[in-house]
Ligand binder design. Sequence first.
Ligand SMILES: Nc1ncnc2c1ncn2[C@@H]1O[C@H](COP(=O)(O)OP(=O)(O)OP(=O)(O)O)[C@@H](O)[C@H]1O
Ligand SMILES: O=C(O)[C@H](O)[C@@H](O)[C@H](O)[C@H](O)CO
Length: 178
Amino acid sequence: MATENGPRHVVVMGVSGSGKSTVAGMLRERTGWEFAEADDCHPQANIDKMAAGTPLTDEDRLPWLKALAAWMAERGRGGRSSIITCSALKRSYRDLLREAGDVTFAHLDGTEDVLSGRMSGRSGHFMPSSLLRSQLDTLEALGRDERGLVLDVRRSPEDITEEILRHLDLAPGESTAD
Ligand SMILES: Nc1ncnc2c1ncn2[C@@H]1O[C@H](COP(=O)(O)OP(=O)(O)OP(=O)(O)O)[C@@H](O)[C@H]1O
Ligand SMILES: O=C(O)[C@H](O)[C@@H](O)[C@H](O)[C@H](O)CO
């Protein structure tokens, strides 16, 4: 639950194929908040590495996470709320992102079965389904002290979006562009 009246930031998180882009797109439509897709912010070396089937290391992710935190913080300084997609698999990664200000994590949670089906059902994405296991092994669940919520990916994207909006205390249908 948000505790401030200033700008807020939502990180739609989860492993590959969990629906981050889909849900974040709906949230953006509903809120009018600024949006960044973390996959677009990876350096090419990271994309190439994942496309070749090699998981990223902490070192690979660190500059990328810092850049995402800086992007949110910059919006916040301008009084603007924002939404990003980001795997945010480890608590230490989320600690970095939290430095941006009032950050809520919406974790899209699903089993390997469901997620691998979704990954193989899409085309033209650099991420191979073979990396899903390492993503799930790396994932650290949200701690009770971390601001956020967990959503089952078997629900519809619309339903998930509504729940995130309710969690943020944003009435359904309300446009809150700020
Ligand atoms: N709640 C949902 N129910 C059913 N299908 C979904 C749901 N959310 C997303 N999908 C579908 O699952 C696939 C993966 O979704 P999406 O690309 O949004 O995931 P992602 O987490 O952004 O993936 P990545 O991090 O690998 O880019 C897409 O084909 C999308 O249409
Ligand atoms: O931290 C990571 O390993 C990456 O961000 C991955 O999660 C992918 O970029 C993303 O999921 C696209 O499939």
